[in-house]
Write a protein that binds this ligand. Structure first.
Ligand SMILES: Nc1ncnc2c1ncn2[C@@H]1O[C@H](COP(=O)(O)OP(=O)(O)O)[C@@H](O)[C@H]1O
Ligand SMILES: [Mg+2]
Length: 398
């Protein structure tokens, strides 16, 4: 019985070529739209490679702007570049939210150099000494990426950072440890002493949130790796980019894309359509805006129903105001209501945008004037349609 299920599932067609390329830990070879930032890091680390100096940089930015991906990608390029110039340099990425004590971070370090060192039971200072000794003895250099350092400092204080600085100084060796810190913003620096603060302040690299067009590029790059050719509809990409651009968050964009793909597979569809992405959005943020929708005025509901039906039938991510107005008149007929005038509808639409029920964008069709694209980013339109029909029916009985 389970054997049959297994065979059936394995034999099923999928839109994915390799879904693992969408998981958050995967670092793509190419980071689109981060050339300038990569170049900046390269300039900072030039002196590490050429002069054996040590460096401190702080990378900041909100969730999903590529801080971790950039730092790891940079580390991967840094190692061979240094080696090619006769420098034994390695990088180590530590997530300080997962390894949340100085001891845990230093154990990572010790294991990086020698997993079989008898390090258990030793205090943090001793662990650090072992690492510094190793670096001195082997004439080796380290770039330590301290990811999510803001969480760590708020929780465990700054001792780890001070120890790292002190150990290198006391050993009398050139500073062999460079630090690439990552945090959401600079705020946590206030918890550090003035000297440490200022070493980071000199080199802050801020990653901006991604715009919708940038997210489209990121998604399209990843689609080529993760999906079979031609299985993701263009409108789906645009819709996902739009949703995620509110936060500028590539992680959210990729998660929505992945879930949309799963939904398409689940429905046996051979193409990932906008509706699959809306469904994905509802899974990620399950708050169906039921209350907001319930409290809409009668004609707002009728208009929204027209939008939902238009999107459902067209299977597109956006509907144009003109075509929705037509379908609104049909809806009014169905519910025996006198259609409102164009200007009144315009007001409804703007109010619903304010409430976050719909998204509005200029249609971009080159025509000047009032034509706009309407989308419903948060709710699968089939669900929205049902909900509105239910509310309208209940309202009529009153
Ligand atoms: N410029 C980019 N090009 C391709 N993928 C990106 C880019 N920026 C971020 N990503 C991807 O988006 C996701 C989130 O990035 P991440 O580095 O984890 O963000 P942060 O650390 O800032 O929260 C990761 O899967 C990452 O690979
Ligand atoms: Mg990160």
């Amino acid at each position: 019985m389970f054997g049959e299920i297994f065979e059936e599932e394995l034999g099923r067609e999928s839109v994915f070529r390799d879904a693992s390329k969408l998981l958050p830990d995967y670092v793509p070879r190419v980071l689109v739209h981060r050339d300038d930032e990569f170049r900046h890091l390269t300039r900072v680390f030039k002196s590490v490679i050429e002069n054996r100096a040590s460096q401190r940089v702080l990378i900041t930015g909100s969730v999903g702007v590529g801080k971790t991906a950039l730092a790891r990608r940079f580390g991967e390029e840094l190692e061979p570049a240094a080696k090619g110039r006769g420098l034994d340099l390695s990088y180590l990425h530590v997530n300080c939210r997962k390894d949340r004590t100085p001891y845990a971070v230093l154990m990572k370090l010790v294991q990086h150099y020698n997993p079989s060192w008898p390090a258990r039971g030793l205090g943090p200072e001793k662990l650090l000494d072992m690492v510094v000794d190793y670096l001195n003895k082997h004439d080796a250099y380290l770039t330590l990426i301290l990811d999510e350092l803001d969480y760590f400092v708020q929780l465990s204080g700054a001792d780890l950072l001070y120890s790292l600085t002190r150990a290198a100084e006391e050993s009398g060796a050139p500073n062999r440890i460079s630090i690439m810190a990552i945090a959401r913003d600079k705020g946590f620096l206030r918890l550090l002493d003035a000297a440490t603060q200022s070493t980071f302040m000199h080199n802050v690299l801020t990653l901006d949130r991604y715009t919708a067009p940038q997210l489209v590029d990121i998604l399209n790059h990843r689609i080529r790796e993760a999906f079979k050719t031609g299985t993701v509809d263009e409108d789906t990409v645009a819709l996902i980019a739009d949703i995620a651009s509110r936060w500028g968050d590539a992680r959210l964009a990729l998660e929505l894309l992945w879930r949309a793909g799963l939904n398409a597979d689940g429905k046996g569809a051979d193409t990932v359509m906008p509706e699959h992405a809306r469904q994905a959005k509802a899974e990620v943020y399950p708050e169906l805006k039921r209350e907001v929708i319930r409290d809409l005025q009668l004609h707002e509901k009728l208009f929204l129903l027209a939008v939902a039906r238009k999107l459902k039938v067209s299977k597109r991510a956006y509907a144009l105001t003109g075509e929705v107005e037509k379908s609104y008149r049909v809806v009014c007929e169905e519910y025996d209501e006198e259609p409102r005038k164009h200007t009144q509808l315009w007001e409804y639409l703007n109010r619903m945008e304010g409430l976050g029920v719909v998204d509005l964008q200029p249609s971009g069709k080159g025509r000047r004037g009032k034509s706009q694209r309407i989308s419903v980013p948060d709710i699968p339109v089939a669900t929205l349609e049902k909900e509105l029909e239910r509310l309208l029916k209940a309202g009529n009985k009153r």
